[in-house]
Every structure is written in structure tokens, then in C-alpha cells.
Design a protein around this ligand. Structure first.
Ligand code: AMP
Length: 197
């Protein structure tokens, strides 16, 4: 939605890793097991991915989804941005209850081609799981499973949650209630982006 509305290119480290896995590349093979288990891929691999992506696509702004997830990644990003003479305008912290996470993951359908995400509770997609943007197949992720989710939540609490403090100190963090529908959440995010333009 951010890309469509503001024309800022977005990348998701999870989506890159899933694509590498599906293509069977050496990187995909090396990281597939970690993805499936719900653990985190090494900081070194993730930082290299982001640096390569930024050099190719980041000259007119960028949005990261699912990155950074650890303190070394956040520090790595600051060094890369300093080298590229760029910076961070906003960090958006979507606050959701554990129940919301469980409900969304239980019904999540994702396009294997472009990453469009929706819910199987939407009748339109439950009956015809085809992406409205690229005609790709909407499917469940193989890590959207209750036991893997427990690992992902534990990783979040120990390694990712401390980043809120890191970005609060830099005065770039904005907390948004993510328990609402996507239009409500997007309207708050849009307002933050508009204020930065
Ligand atoms: P996501 O699509 O953001 O839910 O990520 C799916 C999986 O990819 C995660 O559970 C991790 O195994 C891996 N992954 C994605 N982004 C990162 C990251 N920034 N650091 C470490 N592992 C990541």
C-alpha cells in the first residue's frame, strides 16, 4: 500500500529469502531450514542482502518490512546508510496483541510472486486463491504454524523488541495500533509519511 500510494520501493528480507529458497539458490538452500524452524538467519547474511538491495534500488527512498530484527542489524543499517549518505526518516512499530497475531497467521494467504497478503476469511480469495495484482497463486506459508510461531515470538521478544529502545533514542520511532483493519492502520502510516515530505 505504501509503494502504491507514495511510490517508495519496498523490500522484505523474508520475501527475498523465500524466493531464494523457491529458486533453489545456494543462499536459499543454506537458509531454508532456519526459515522453516522460525529462527533468525545470521546477521551477516541479512546485512549483505540489504546492502545489495539498497545499492540497486534505494536511491529514491526505501521501506523495509521485517528488517532490522536484531541490534547488530540495526547498527549495520546505520553504517550502510552513512556510507550511502542516506538516513532514516521513520520507524513504524506496529503494536498487535498475541491474539491478533494468532488470528492473522491462522488465516494468512500470501502471493508467491509479489508478496500480496490477505486472509482466507475473505470470501473472494477463499474460493479463488489468485493474486489480484499479478495472478500469482495465493498460498499458506510453511512457517505459519502454531509451533513455529512460538519460536518466532520468542525470537521477537528477545532479539527484536530491544530495537524499540534503540530507535526511541534516535527519536524516529512511532507506535501504531496494528490491531485494526488495514485501512485504519494505513491511514495512520500515511499521515506519518505525509508529515515527512
Ligand atoms: P518474515 O517474512 O518477515 O516473517 O520472515 C520470515 C523468516 O525469514 C523469519 O522467521 C526468519 O527466519 C527470516 N528472516 C526474515 N527477515 C529476517 C531478518 N531481518 N533477520 C533474520 N532472519 C530474518
Amino acid at each position: 500500500m505504501i509503494t502504491r500510494q507514495f511510490g517508495v520501493p519496498v523490500t522484505s528480507t523474508g520475501a527475498i529469502l523465500r524466493r531464494e529458497r523457491d529458486l533453489g539458490t545456494p543462499l536459499g538452500q543454506e537458509t531454508a531450514e532456519v526459515l522453516q524452524s522460525g529462527g533468525l538467519v545470521s546477521d551477516k547474511i541479512i546485512i549483505e542482502l540489504i546492502e545489495d538491495w539498497l545499492r540497486l534500488h534505494g536511491s529514491h527512498g526505501f521501506v523495509f518490512d521485517g528488517f532490522p530484527r536484531t541490534l547488530p542489524q540495526a547498527e549495520g543499517l546505520m553504517s550502510i546508510l552513512a556510507r550511502l549518505r542516506s538516513g532514516l526518516d521513520l520507524v513504524i512499530w506496529l503494536e498487535v496483541s498475541e491474539q491478533t497475531v494468532l488470528d492473522r497467521i491462522a488465516g494468512r494467504l500470501q502471493c508467491g510472486e509479489c508478496g500480496f497478503t490477505t486472509s482466507s476469511s475473505s470470501a473472494q480469495f477463499a474460493n479463488r486463491p489468485v493474486c489480484p495484482y499479478c495472478d500469482g497463486h495465493l498460498e499458506r506459508r510453511n512457517d505459519d504454524d502454531l509451533s513455529v510461531l512460538q519460536t518466532r515470538l520468542a525470537e521477537f521478544r528477545t532479539k527484536t523488541e530491544p530495537l524499540a529502545c534503540f530507535y526511541e533514542k534516535m527519536s524516529v520511532l512511532h507506535r501504531i495500533d496494528g490491531n485494526r483493519d488495514r485501512e485504519g492502520v494505513f491511514s495512520d502510516i500515511s499521515r506519518l509519511i505525509e508529515d515527512k515530505r
